[in-house]
Design a binder for this molecule. Structure first.
Ligand SMILES: Cc1ncc(COP(=O)(O)O)c(C=O)c1O
Length: 369
């Protein structure tokens, strides 16, 4: 069988090291996983009740249109006049990225993004036989919108922009975004995908929230997820907001039941659970401030983050060594060699005691060197 060279050479997404695997490998009972930017609070009781309440209907196929979910999102943005036709729901925003590339790129087309941007864009593009152009970052691992603008050619059918970005935690500010939109907005030869997976954690005052631009920019797609602030990474729900015509093409090719019944029930409850959202934000902001303080004390260079994790540079470039040391202590962080940053680690915010444990063992490793 002849297999496409792009499939043969595809390096699959490498998720955070699983808890059970780490327990087995290192003979440990307790694991602190700070590797996948998950929500450490656990599932909201309201979401749990909603999911349990929907179990009796599992013998039926789910609503293929996720109608109730669309209604909830519309009700949260009444000022924007968002309707069901503006929304596409997916099995995590990762599926939405996949659908975007499949619809908007022909084999041989290209997508444009930043280097060290969330890796799924490149993987999904390659799976659809499209190529990726990655543009150098600006100082401080910031996405350089000017350079991206300069690098664009008509072959680039989609520009993927994560704001804030994973794994760097950095963001681009309002002015840079508006300059970029002045150039690319409302064109019909390129789609702009703004990935706001971490938007609820942003504290920067000059952060441009994509929702503000969606109605006035015909070629803008906004990607959101329930995996982060809503604490539902395991349930798999992401969604796109965009103009009705562009959304309709994605609807044509998605699997009819891509969002399962439990995800629809749980997500609906999650969207309305303001108390849980505020708690999630608080724990992340306090955790980040704690990390900044402790990393500074240790003389470790970190990058201020607008997300629920922080990226830091391991002294002496010994990230792999520190990572292995932490694994032996039951702490899983995320190495970033796959992003070409082998001297850096990414650490998600956990519960207070989990954060303290991680810091304790980083400190211990530093002292033992
Ligand atoms: C920037 C960004 N976008 C999208 C996703 C995918 O999220 P999910 O597929 O869980 O919705 C992630 C996950 O970590 C992410 O970091």
């Amino acid at each position: 069988m002849k297999i496409s060279e792009l499939i043969r050479s595809l390096v699959p997404y490498e998720p955070g090291k699983p808890i059970e695997e780490t327990k087995r490998e290192y003979g440990l009972d307790k694991i602190v996983k700070l590797a996948s930017n998950e929500n450490p609070l656990g599932v909201s009781p309201k979401v749990e009740a909603a999911i349990l309440g929907s179990i009796n209907n599992l013998h039926r196929y789910p609503d293929p249109s996720s109608y109730e979910l669309a209604k909830v999102i519309a009700s949260k943005h009444t000022d924007l006049n968002i309707e069901a036709g503006n929304l596409l729901f997916a099995n995590g925003s990762n599926e939405a990225i996949d659908l975007l590339v499949r619809v908007y790129c022909e084999p041989g087309d290209k997508i444009l993004t930043s280097e060290k941007a969330f890796i799924a864009y490149k993987i999904c593009a390659q799976a659809a036989r499209a190529l990726t152009t990655e543009v150098k970052m600006a100082e401080g691992f910031r996405i350089d919108l000017k350079k991206i603008q300069e690098a664009w050619t008509p072959e680039h059918k989609i520009i993927f922009l994560p704001n804030p970005n994973n794994p760097t935690g950095t963001y681009f500010p309002r002015q840079e975004w508006e300059d970029f939109l002045a150039h690319f907005g409302n064109r019909d030869d390129v789609l702009i995908v703004l990935d706001e997976a971490y938007t609820e954690f942003v504290r920067a005052k000059d952060y441009p929230n994509g929702m503000e631009y969606i109605t006035q920019t015909s070629n803008l797609m906004l990607s959101r997820t329930l995996s982060k602030v809503y604490g539902l990474a395991g349930l798999r729900l992401g969604y796109l907001v965009g103009n009705k015509e562009y959304i309709s093409y994605l609807q044509r090719i998605r699997n009819p039941f891509n969002v399962n019944a439990l995800a629809q029930a749980g997500a609906k409850a999650a969207f309305l659970d303001d108390e849980y959202i505020q708690k999630s934000q608080k724990i992340v902001w306090e955790g980040l401030d704690y990390f900044y303080k402790e990393l500074s004390k240790m003389g470790i260079r970190y990058f201020e983050s607008q997300a629920n994790f922080v990226m830091f540079e391991v002294p002496g470039g010994r990230a792999q060594e520190l990572n292995t040391y932490l694994l032996t202590k039951g702490i899983i962080l995320r190495p970033l060699a796959g992003y070409g940053m082998s001297e850096y680690l990414r650490m998600s915010v956990g519960l207070e005691e989990e954060n303290q444990m991680a810091i304790h063992f980083i400190n211990e490793w530093l002292k033992s060197r």
